[in-house]
Design a protein around this ligand. Sequence first.
Ligand SMILES: *Cc1c(COP(=O)(O)O)cnc(C)c1O
Length: 483
Amino acid sequence: MNKNNDIEQFKDNAIKLIDYIADYYKNIEEYPVKSQIKPGDIYSNFENNPPMDSRNFDEILNDFDNKIMAGITHWQSPNFYAYFNANSSFPSLLGEILTAALGVNVFSWETSPAGTELEQRVMEWLRDAIGLPNYFSGVIQDTASTATLVSLLTAREKYSNFEINKSGFSKDYKFRIYCSSEAHSSIEKDVRIAGFGSDNLIKIELNEDYSINYHSLEKKIIDDLNNGYTPLAVISAIGTTGTTAIDNINEIGKICKKHNVWHHVDAAHLGSALLLEENRHWIDGIENCDTFVFNPHKWMFTNFDYSAYFVKDKESLTKTFDILPEYLKINVDNVNNYKDWGIQLGRRFRSLKMWFVLNSFGINGIKEKIKYHISLAEKFENLLKSDSYEYLIPPKQIFQIMAPRVANLVTFRWVADENLTEANINELNIKLVDKINSTGKIFLTKTKINNKIIIRMNIGQTYTEERHIIDAFNLIYKIIMEW
Ligand SMILES: *Cc1c(COP(=O)(O)O)cnc(C)c1O
């Protein structure tokens, strides 16, 4: 092994890899968006034994292309409309390369002062840019799932006077957690992991727009108080996963304050749209929230993973998580040691890619792109709704919009015939989604709410343009016409 030779080889290989990546992005629309392979296909492309001897880079890259690429679902394709977007960008990718190159671990200030201080600065920028008050402190978590777990653990410790950390759970604690019946599945997982038990996660009924009915919430809290439970935390959503419904943070916050209940806000997907001033009313009453999370790795052109978690009471957070063995002690005051702000010890230098993104796009550039995505969603919704389609000759009204469109998600279903039963309509829409995705031309997903199958068309890929959503509409329409 000779370092100088390795560096020369690295330069050559890096150029090949960047060329490969550039070609990939150039041709990305030619791949089937959703991988069309069968289970086990990729696994069986590889031998039972690991490679024992060194292979050259060209072979490795070739193997990647031949044996792995077919099993990729192309999340960065402009024709990806499934789940929520997880959009990346070239500045983010370049920042990520630098993070990998430095290979630093950002768990305490001294493990890389810049890693800590850039994170602090960038999280303040994000906080201010989405309109959170400046008494919130920010820290990067890997995912919203983890951030919500951190929030619940902090609530648990604060309300038990840090007793559970010390002595473990006892039967004296009868905590209850509340969320919308449309809340993300990660919340139930977090409730289990934090030791509350799924039975103590109370799912509150919904209004017509699929947001939490806060009158029902308060009634539940009062009932529980009367029955000897301790209402511990409410998790409200700005943008539920099914339909992007927005819970009334202001009213829920007042209820939490009145009954001394912790309030966590999950804005994983829609948080990025708070960059636009016209959406700031979503966080009216944010002063009565304890913690807030959103995912720049969904809709802020920053590749996975980057979840932005904000807390009002930083002391309770660090008191919940700090553990200080001798080998981690440092003699520096007034610095952040992010190992005390969450679950893991080891942490990647993630603020760097965000810094690249913010500098390259500017906040204004990001706002423009988010606005454009929302305008495309509006356009797509209008195509579904219109009685006289611009692009094709219509039959009768065949699409129903299923939930009010808040931002970039359109929810709809196909009703082929007014005489169909609900069960028939569900079956038809499940088949329709499969058929659409098996073309490989676009990828979208479905969900079920109030026993109705709903198709979700989420428009937020970095390079999605109007022509893409028109093609998507025409594709769906054509499949239906030929049914
Ligand atoms: C996507 C999403 C999550 C989960 O996000 P991860 O970062 O993958 O854990 C949680 N809540 C909501 C509302 C989401 O949309």
